[in-house]
Structures are given as C-alpha cells and as structure tokens.
Design a protein around this ligand. Structure first.
Ligand SMILES: Nc1ncnc2c1ncn2[C@@H]1O[C@H](COP(=O)(O)OP(=O)(O)OP(=O)(O)O)[C@@H](O)[C@H]1O
Ligand SMILES: [Mg+2]
Length: 465
C-alpha cells in the first residue's frame, strides 16, 4: 500500500540501475512521481552520475537550503568525499552510492520513510501551534527535537539563551514521547532547590525524617514514574548535590529521605540549561559523568537574532493568542520593520512582552501602527542600517585580515544574499523581487557563475537593477 509520495529527478545521461531503488521504495509504501517543473513539494530523490554546478544548484533550490528533504543517490557507485560534503552543504539530507547491494535500496527507502514521518510531526498542529517558527534554522531544530523525542528514549539536554523556548521544548518532548499518556511531566527547578531540602525534593521523605516532615511525601523521581522528569536550570545545581542525582539517574533507583528501601522508577529525562555545561565540566564546576549521562542528545535552541525571519510569525502568534483572535490584526510596514530590526536579548519572551505592550495600546479596527509602540520602546536611532551589525563586521574583518580583495568580498556578499533570498522565497522570481532586481539579472548571474567556475579568472557581471 502506498503511504507516501516523493518526487524524483535524474541528473546526467549515464544513469542506470535506478530500478532497484524505485522497487524498494514501492515495496516500502513510497510512491515516486517524476518532478513537474517548478513544483517541488515535500521530499524527493535525485539520481546523479557525477557532481556538477547544475546538480548543486538543483539540490539547493529543491531542498530550499535544507528545509525540504532531498536524498541524493549516486548511480555510478562510489562518490568522492568532496561530492558528499558539497551536496550536504547544498541541502541534501543524505547521499548514498549505488554499489549494487540491495541494502542501498532499502537504506534509501528507510531514510525517506523516516524523514517523511518526522516532517509530518514537525508540520502537525501540536508542534506548529506551540513552538512557532518558519525559518530553516528553526525547522532543523524541530526536526532534531522530533527525532529525539519520538524515535528514541535517550536523555535530552536542551541548551539555549534565556527565553529561547527551552521549557516549551521540554513540554513538547513530553507530548511527543510515544510512552506518554501514562505518567506526568514533573518539573524541578534545580537552581531554586534549597540544598538542605534537595534530597526530599528529588527523592521524597518519610514522616518525621526531619523537622517539618509532618507527613510522608513523594519526590520528583517518584512522581515522574512512567512520565517525564524535567530538570530545569540543571547547570545551577550545586556541585555537591550532583553525585546523588547521578546515581539516581544512572540506576533509576532512589531512597526516600529517612527510609532504607530502594525504590525503582522509570522516566524520560529532559534537562535544560542556559549555561555552557561542557565548559563548566572543563572548569570543574559540573561533574563530567553527570553531564554525559544527561546529554545523550543535546539540542541547541537558537536565539532570536539567529532566526530573525521568525520574529513576525511569532509576533502574529502572540497577537492572536492575546486577543483570542483567529486572525491577528495587520501590522503596518514600519512596525514590521521595527519588530524585525530590534534586538531581543531576552529572546522570544522579550518579543512576547513587547507584543503584549503594543496590543494593550492598540485600538482596532485597522492595522497596528507606529503609535501603538509604547514611547519607551521606540527606537532613538536610525534603524536603516541596523543589519550591519557585529557578526557582519566580524566576517568582513576576517576577510580584510586575510587579504581578500574588495571584489571578492562584494561577490561573496551578493552570493550570500541571493542564496538566502532563494531559501526564503523558494524560487528565483520571488527572490529577485525581494532583492529589488529583475529575475533575469539573477538568472544571468547564475549562468555566469557556472562559466566562471570553468574559467576561474573571469569576473562576474554586476547585477542590473
Ligand atoms: N518558538 C516559540 N513559539 C511560541 N512561543 C515561544 C517560543 N519560544 C518561546 N516562547 C515563549 O517565550 C516564553 C519563554 O519561553 P521558555 O520559558 O520556554 O524559555 P526558556 O528557554 O525556558 O527561558 P529561561 O532560560 O529564561 O527559563 C514563554 O512565554 C514561551 O511560551
Ligand atoms: Mg526556562
């Protein structure tokens, strides 16, 4: 029974032996359709004989720089390491070489099946309505989270700056865990535990085991049995409390304070920290054995500045939530620009609070206008070149230090802008509009780039507006 449809595209003339792969895909319930021009949706498979600029460009466009799944299969057998890394960099999710073994076909089917399953969960309302974000960066993180939460039972460590969504992500892991439904999500704020009560917080206590223990009580390890234990701010757990925690996490057994009986417990472990825990391990501030125990899978939640495409979707999400509206109000261009260009040291939490302040002032009907931005939040500098920030300057500084020519720096900036615009828009026409150039200008540039590759000394033509 066909459960999934993927597209396929063939590159180069000498492409043979694709039949075995296609049969394996059909066998695994994956239907394969040829790619219709300009209509790349969902996952796909690209058969190729050798690496070329055209293939690289195709993979980049079809995968939108990695947002969509593309499996590249080399039909001529072994591929060079360089080709593999290039294709992955262009956005391919994996590269397989067809060497006549049946495993390759089965591996292709298994990968596509898993990717489609993961992406279906990433696109589900459970994920999209809770953890909002449309950027490639965010999507890649959500994939990691879904893969870890739904397809493994390994302990997960969530790292990220304050307000980047660690707690939301932990809650999502709990919801996505296939074992979920039996037990609860139990949150322990490790930074807020009084050391003298830590034993009781984690393991519970017997009646009368210490002053104030008027009745017996379960601790987090017992309450999380069958569910998820979320150790929040784990990096703030004092060093001397760590050995006890390690033993309990390692052996899934604990004793209540005041009891000699070992109890068993079984839970999904999720931890979060805004600290660089590995750095803390190196400096002797965090136990290495505990770190490696809790960080089987580490997921970094990006700061908002690394996914500024998500600012407006997040703002709209918070506006709908505040007004309990299905449709958020329109936002005037000047306010959109202000929201995107502003800095958010407190990340999504700060954006949310700003949106609340704006919404409290806004009077409908009509769009959100600049006057809705509270006085204290208004910019007092010209924002028009605020994208020229420190990371940008850092890259240019490195280039200048390395003696890269002005022409090369300019070309690299242009290439990067085009690549990002195509990733965001999905096609050259819209990318051209976004960059205020004609699509023909972008097409010519791409064509020229291919030629330049074959004659390395030729300059690229300037972009016509
Ligand atoms: N991707 C997101 N989509 C929607 N809301 C989000 C997202 N990320 C964070 N938020 C919201 O931002 C606020 C902060 O998120 P959260 O508490 O999960 O961050 P945190 O990383 O745990 O922060 P801290 O380190 O300060 O504890 C919450 O109100 C949360 O709902
Ligand atoms: Mg938190």
């Amino acid at each position: 029974m066909i459960k999934t449809i993927v597209w396929q595209q063939t590159f180069g003339e000498r492409v043979e032996g694709t039949r075995s792969i296609l049969d394996a895909l059909t066998h695994a319930g994956i239907g394969v359709l040829p790619l219709s021009p300009g209509e790349v949706e969902g996952a796909g498979i690209v058969f190729f004989h050798e690496m070329s600029d055209r293939l690289g460009e195709f993979v980049r466009d079809a995968s939108r720089g990695g947002a969509r799944r593309v499996l590249a299969v080399a039909t001529g057998g072994a591929v060079t390491q360089q080709t593999v890394w290039q294709l992955l960099r262009h956005g391919a999710s994996d590269v397989l070489a067809m060497d006549g073994r049946a495993e390759v076909a089965r591996a292709a089917a298994a990968r596509l099946t898993r990717w489609v399953e993961v992406d279906a969960i990433v696109d589900s309302s459970l994920v999209r309505d809770n953890l909002v974000g449309e950027s490639n960066t965010w999507r890649a993180v959500m994939r990691q989270l879904v893969e870890a939460a739904h397809f493994t039972d390994a302990p997960i460590l969530l790292q990220g700056d304050t307000g980047s969504g660690k707690e939301l992500a932990a809650r999502l892991v709990h919801s996505l865990d296939p074992g979920h439904g039996k037990g609860a999500l139990v949150v322990v704020d490790c930074g807020a535990i009084a050391p003298e009560l830590s034993g009781s917080e984690f393991f519970g206590h017997e009646r009368g085991s210490f002053t104030g223990a008027v009745s017996a009580r379960d601790g987090a390890f017992a309450l999380a049995n069958g569910g998820t234990l979320f150790l929040d701010e784990l990096g703030d757990l004092p060093l001397r409390l760590q050995p006890e925690l390690l033993r309990a996490v390692q052996e899934c057994t604990y004793k209540r304070v005041g009891s000699n009986m070992w109890q068993k417990t079984h839970f999904r472990l999720v931890s979060a920290t805004h600290r660089d825990l590995l750095g803390a391990v190196e400096q002797g501030q965090f136990r290495g054995d505990l770190y490696y125990r809790i960080a089987s899978i580490t997921i970094h939640l990006p700061s908002l500045r690394d996914r500024s495409e998500d600012v407006l979707p997040l703002a709209r999400h918070f506006m709908s939530a505040i007004r309990r509206l299905h449709e958020p109000p329109e936002i005037e261009g000047i306010v959109e620009r202000y929201l995107v260009e502003r800095a958010y040291p407190g990340n999504v939490r700060e954006l949310r609070q700003l949106v609340m302040r704006i919404m409290h002032r806004h009077v409908g009907p009509g769009p959100i206008t600049a006057g809705d931005i509270p006085e204290d939040d208004r910019p007092d500098v010209d924002l028009s070149t605020s994208w020229l920030d420190i990371p940008f300057e850092g890259a240019i500084r490195r280039a200048v230090a390395q003696g890269v020519s002005l022409r090369e720096i300019g070309q690299a900036a242009t290439e990067t802008a085009i690549r990002l615009a195509v990733d965001i828009e999905g096609n050259l026409q819209n990318a051209a509009r976004r960059l205020h150039v004609t699509d023909r200008a972008l097409q010519m540039r791409r064509a020229a780039k291919r030629q330049v590759h074959s004659t390395p000394t030729g300059p690229l033509p300037p972009i016509a507006n």
